[in-house]
Design a protein around this ligand. Sequence first.
Ligand code: RAM
Length: 360
Amino acid sequence: MRKTSLSRTCAALAAVTSLALAATACGGTTKEDVKNEGGAAAPAGKADPDAPTKKGLTVGFLPKQVNNPYFTVADKGGEKALEELGSTYKEVGPSSATDTAGQVSYVNTLTQQQVDAMAVSAQDPGALCTALKQAMKNGIKVVTYDSDTDPGCRNAFVSQASAEDLGRTEVQLLAEQIGYKGEIAILSAAQTATNQNTWIEFMKDELKDPTYKDVKLVKVAYGNDDAQQSFQQTQGLLQEYPDLKGIISPTTVGIKAAAQYLSGSKYKGKVKLTGLGTPNDMRKYVKNGTVEAFELWDPARLGELAARTAVALASGQITGKEGETFTAGAMGEYTIGEDGVIDLGKPTVFNAENIDRFDF
Ligand code: RAM
């Protein structure tokens, strides 16, 4: 796999995209962030790595969307970890991935309830900032997981994998399947989603490599993490671009709906599909020849790491500053990176050979 250093790519990204997006994607600091009290990661006090792990804490999970199987698995991972740690888990959240106002009011509810920490997957990077800062002012530790807000609006971000790895490998997976030639499209989630937008910028950057000179990205469509809208968007893409050779869908809801559409159409096996999906959602489409390979991290481990990070913050073992380390139970030791980002690890590529080894 071709790899460039993240900082080099981030500099390139800043040159080609809006600086704010590049900063969110790469964890850099913009003027905007400096205005956000305290700048990045807002560390409070000094970390004491030897401080005892507090028990009896309450940690609220606020996913992008509660009825999304991906978040059900992720948040269950958080729940299990909190149980083990002797703390209490609760989950609140909107049922639509485009209900930004709903997410803001859930942050306010958790603040009013005086939880000790919250783990939030942001539908929109900017919209939650004021509410999250208010939570931090009230002494609540804020962890984002899955989809980040601005670094100044949370203590730490638990990232599922390097955004660069995810964006580039999805292009590599699809390009290989279409023989490095033809029109491709992206079927994303919500237009404001921090995580998907970051990955898409890396996909576009990857496509600039001469390896892909015959591959053309014709459209980015948005299915809003809604099964029906994603299905219709896939149908629309094929009507608009009858020569389309492949689709990348970096959302578990999108890839499943696209697979469902392709699998019942004349395009089955002809129009290639890859992206981010859960093995349980995608198994049938891999077995029936609609999908060759796709990828994902283990959402339960992501939720677990978010919970353990929240507890480490609330216990004073970490503050969210770069270089601090903590032990996340059996998951081992993690070090906080630039701008308070903690990387879970490498994603897994699933295909017909290995998919039956996974059950999530
Ligand atoms: C969807 C959500 C989530 C994303 C996964 C891959 O479930 O958009 O944020 O991480 O897909």
